[in-house]
Ligand binder design. Structure first.
Ligand SMILES: Nc1ncnc2c1ncn2[C@@H]1O[C@H](COP(=O)(O)OP(=O)(O)OP(=O)(O)O)[C@@H](O)[C@H]1O
Ligand code: SF4
Ligand SMILES: [Mg+2]
Length: 332
């Protein structure tokens, strides 16, 4: 029987040289994703979400120093030569990025762009590729897919272009679909349509999915597991319902408090977390969230909290979890 773990990230760290010294962009990330399950990676801008995806896919800068291991379906990706890794991942992983306009080639008809990866990795003929592209365009909700096959990207709206990108990511029948802020550039109604579409496709195909977002609202009810990142580290991770019901990291608690709810007063301002993301220069000894945390004390500034998971996989790197030191009233 196949190992249920599809993606296994073990102690992944990544640093980049800079004129001021090395920058620690990712620090000791350990995560697992089982086949057919959905993981949400959440954190504010600069948390390291996209760098984590790039590191998984072997797309980080050549100057990056990477330690730790990423295994997909048991294959240690770092042990493969670049060309072999590209081929291995290309046949198993589909990726949808934030900006479909930049990702699509403006001068090429959309159909061949949708089937391109399948032509490369599955060796389809031109006719088979055309049939596949039309069926995928139809599947992601592009009306009159057969005639759209021969149109150019500029003839489609932002939401439709993102559907085309999703069709293209599905072409190899991936085991894993990664959506990095795939709906951030779209208006709220289209955002929901695309998120619903991804969820339906994931359930239909049984592929695993990673949803990268700065919006906790996107992962609520749509993911099995969540990983909250702060300053290049995992602040908290666990089954989504558990993390939402009882956050164990002060940063997660603040993020959750910042999500507007239907019973919020209509005139209530959207809350954001005061303060700046941490400096990435190597050498921080304490919790990176300490300068912004109401519960921080001297040990928080001195001693890096360690993330320990319970048997259900829920854990946080926090010395004083919200259960012990609740958020002040004005922050809720
Ligand atoms: N080429 C680079 N050189 C130096 N630092 C970089 C480089 N690329 C990214 N970084 C830094 O790495 C950190 C993580 O960036 P990343 O793009 O992963 O953030 P993110 O969580 O995806 O944010 P966003 O929500 O804005 O997409 C940031 O501090 C960023 O400034
Ligand atoms: S370790 Fe300390 S500073 Fe960091 S989030 Fe927890 S309470 Fe706040
Ligand atoms: Mg990003």
């Amino acid at each position: 029987m196949a190992d249920p773990v599809l993606l296994d990230i073990a102690g992944l760290s990544l640093s980049l040289p800079s004129p001021a010294g090395d920058l620690q962009i990712l620090n000791d990330i350990t995560l697992r994703l089982e086949r057919g399950r959905t993981l949400g990676i959440v954190g504010e801008s600069g948390a390291g979400k996209s760098m984590l995806i790039r590191a998984i896919l072997g797309l980080a800068s050549r100057r990056a120093r990477i330690t730790g291991a990423v295994r997909l379906d048991g294959q240690h990706l770092g042990a493969l030569r670049e060309r072999d890794r590209r081929r291995y991942l290309g046949a198993r992983v589909g990726v949808v990025f934030q900006n479909p306009t930049a990702a699509l080639n403006a001068y090429q008809r959309v159909g061949p762009q949708v089937s391109e990866s399948a032509r490369v990795h599955r060796g389809l003929t031109k006719m088979q590729a055309r049939e596949l592209a039309i069926s995928l365009l139809d599947r992601v909700g592009i009306p009159d897919a057969a005639s759209c096959h021969d149109r150019f990207p500029h003839e489609f709206s932002g939401g439709m272009k993102q559907r085309i990108m999703i069709a293209s990511a599905l072409a190899v029948e991936p085991d894993l679909l990664i959506a990095d802020e795939a709906t951030t550039a779209l208006d709220v109604t289209v955002q929901k349509e695309i998120l619903d579409l991804l969820q339906i496709l994931q359930q239909e195909t049984g592929m695993a999915m990673i949803q990268v977002t700065h919006n906790l609202g996107v992962v609520a009810g749509r993911t099995d597991e969540v990983a909250v990142m702060y300053g290049g580290r995992l602040a908290e991770t666990g089954p989504t319902p558990q993390v939402f019901a009882a956050a164990r990291h002060q940063y997660t608690a603040q993020l959750l408090a910042a999500v507007p709810s239907l019973d919020s007063p209509p005139d209530r301002d959207l809350r954001s977390i005061p303060g700046q993301p941490p400096d990435r220069l190597i050498g921080i000894t304490g919790c990176p969230f300490a300068p912004r945390c109401h519960a921080a004390d001297a040990p928080c500034a001195d001693r890096m909290p360690v993330l320990r998971r319970d048997p259900a996989g829920h854990g946080a790197a926090c010395h004083h979890p919200p259960q012990d030191v609740p958020l002040p009233e004005q922050a809720r």
